[in-house]
Design a protein around this ligand. Structure first.
Ligand code: AMP
Ligand code: ZN
Length: 468
């Protein structure tokens, strides 16, 4: 597979550190609110990368963190008058729900920064011992100039960066040795969460968290490090500096960065206020449509979010699903079981679509082209797999459509609704729960049915139900 490596600015052939295995670290969200659909882009893109590697037979160790200690979380906790862990736990749970609705698989590990503090302190200590870090008034800084490769990912020149900080240098207000130095550990402020450390009570800097969590859950050297392109500088540049200085080894071999999801040609972001949460979009569209929309562009290209484009994705996905369900009817109606000689010839054509799909995915995860191939296969199915097809052949075509959609994490089979008997059984269970005054369970069942579009009506004659 070829991957565009931000480090070398070229497409390179991917070779894993250990054959058959791949370790992927994706910077995860800061959990102070619902995630927006911009945040969902890296989740969907790199989940698809993972699915493709799994399809190719790799054992994938996929690690994605939750940043659960941060100024924004602390601010939100202050506003609500609760502990910051209440905020972070709430939004981790909500984020996981959104990921599930987007069919993003759970990571092998989802580490939380607050649970890895001892290892963070240990890395800071290592950096101090090696002369890469120093403490001033309870803050520990990374000595950026000591790390000679600084700027290698973002292609920034350290002297240019330094001149950007000239005002600070002139005013002499900065306690840092050099304005380029960044924080590894910061002292607590009144009312903030803190941990004890050799440099006083405080908390880790954001960049440090990822260096430590990737080391713990993947190793000193990781195969692929990924995130949105806004993270290249300073976040990923600083991660490299910390990890390579501390571990004396290369940090990540391939760096992948997704382009921005935009709205009216501006980056969608919380700070600009031009965002939609996954939750609110989920009320308007099936989130499978959003996943399909995200994958309809190459991950490195900017992608504009607009109602028209989402509508086009909705229609595209519908076309695939309709073809797939028609094939189910063809399979059921098939008179002959075993493929004919002519159909056996046609299998080669079907397999060629699968190869073409793989070639697109092998070319730096070109999901846009991969989706075009699915459409070609769908067109083939619609025009060439008719009522006279044998069961074996129509099943073969249907399975291939499903296989390719599965690799993209696109669910091609509509979720089956509840059967009448199942609904009646749940209503009976609800009645029993009410008799036992277990109203919590009764409400739970009512809401569960409502989620599936079943509305209950309590009447004098008993419970009536209808499909909404
Ligand atoms: P944050 O919580 O802001 O650190 O973002 C979590 C992840 O979402 C990071 O990988 C960001 O690069 C990514 N991200 C944030 N906004 C966008 C956007 N508009 N388009 C694509 N990726 C984004
Ligand atoms: Zn990170």
């Amino acid at each position: 597979m070829k991957i565009y490596n931000t480090l070398t600015r070229t497409k390179e052939t991917f070779t894993p550190i250990t054959e058959g295995k791949v370790g992927i670290y994706v910077c995860g969200p800061t959990v102070y609110d619902y995630i927006h659909i911009g945040n969902a882009r890296p989740m969907i893109v790199f989940d698809t990368l993972r699915r493709y590697f799994e399809y190719k037979g790799y054992e994938v160790n996929y690690v994605s963190n939750f940043t659960d200690v941060d100024d924004k979380i602390i601010k939100r906790a202050g506003e609500e008058g609760v502990d910051s862990s209440v905020i972070s736990e709430r939004y981790i749970a909500e984020c996981k729900k959104d990921m599930a609705s987007l069919n993003v698989s759970e990571a092998t590990t989802h580490p939380k920064a607050t649970e890895e503090i001892p290892d963070m302190i240990a890395m800071v200590q290592t950096l101090i011992n090696k002369g890469y870090a120093y403490e001033v008034n309870g803050t520990v800084y990374f000595r950026t100039r000591r790390f000679h490769d600084y700027g290698k990912l973002s292609k920034k020149n350290i002297d240019d960066l330094r001149s950007g900080f000239r005002e600070l240098l002139v005013s002499g207000e900065d306690e840092k040795e050099d304005p380029l130095d960044f924080v590894l550990w910061k002292p607590k402020k009144e009312g903030e969460p803190f941990w004890e450390s050799p440099w006083g009570d405080g908390r880790p800097g954001w960049h440090l968290e990822c260096s430590v969590m990737s080391k713990k859950y993947i190793g000193d050297v990781i195969d692929i490090h990924a995130g949105g392109e806004d993270l290249i500088f300073p976040h990923h540049e600083n991660e490299i500096a910390q990890s390579e200085a501390a571990n004396d080894s290369e940090f990540a071999r391939y760096w992948m960065h997704n382009g921005f999801l935009k709205i009216n040609n501006e980056k969608m972001s919380k700070s600009l206020g031009n965002f939609f949460t996954v939750r609110e979009i989920g009320e308007k569209y099936n989130l499978q449509v959003i996943r399909f929309f995200m994958l309809s562009a190459h991950y490195r290209s900017p992608l504009n979010f607009s109602a028209d484009l989402v509508e086009a994705s909705k229609n595209g996905l519908e076309r695939i699903r309709t073809a797939y369900s028609r094939l189910q009817e063809v399979i059921a109606a098939g008179k002959e079981d075993v493929m004919t000689a002519a159909e056996k010839e046609n299998v080669k054509q079907i397999d060629a679509y699968v190869e073409k799909f793989e070639a697109a995915m092998e070319d730096d995860l070109n999901t846009a082209d991969a989706i075009s191939v699915i459409f070609e296969l769908v067109k083939y199915a619609n025009t060439s797999v008719g009522q006279d097809a044998t069961k074996e052949f129509s099943t073969y075509v249907a399975k291939k459509i499903k296989l390719l959609c599965d690799i993209l994490g696109i669910i091609v089979e509509e979720e089956q609704g509840l059967l009448d008997d199942e609904i009646e059984a749940l209503i009976k269970e609800r009645q029993d729960a009410r008799k036992e005054r277990n109203f919590a369970r009764a409400d739970e069942i009512r809401n569960m049915l409502l989620d599936k579009g079943i509305v209950l009506e309590d009447t004098r004659e008993g419970v009536r139900w209808k499909r909404a």
